[in-house]
Design a protein around this ligand. Sequence first.
Ligand code: HEM
Length: 144
Amino acid sequence: MLNLLHPQLVHFPIALLLTSVALDWAGLIWKDKGFDKAGWLTLLLGLAATAFTILSGLMAAQSIPADSPALAALNPHRLLGIITFVLFGLQAVCHWRNRAGYTTGKRILHTAIQAISVAALIGVGYFGGELVYAFGVGVSALAR
Ligand code: HEM
């Protein structure tokens, strides 16, 4: 059941994790604690959504044969999915440990981790799209 939900669930981590970074950066620019708080909550929701998405993805991948050409997209997709979770998790730990305020150096490090996390998330989406639209994984019939 959860395996069939992967294409539905994927939208939540993409939207929530990207929004969390946008809100955090908005807080930096406008020095508004409201943005920070909203970014933090969105990050936590995004991490929860990512955990379910990874679980559903791992289950969906069971149906792909070990010699399938789709592995060319599945392997980087799975790896980047897990890296994305770890990187956004790291952001949550950084945020919590520096909740009293960042030093300039730590803020730069946090922003760098955010940029790398966003790149990883874009990569996950790219290879997920390849799985479906280039290799036809999960597609039962062509609509012509
Ligand atoms: C950050 C976590 C993840 C995100 C955001 C994500 C995103 C996506 C996206 C956007 C697609 C294309 C869906 C479509 O166009 O309908 C997709 C497909 C797919 N993903 Fe993921 N994915 C994640 C993690 C994983 C993991 C860890 C696996 C395990 C191997 C996985 C396996 C699959 C499979 C097998 C498909 C093909 C469609 C299906 O069978 O459901 N995904 N994913």
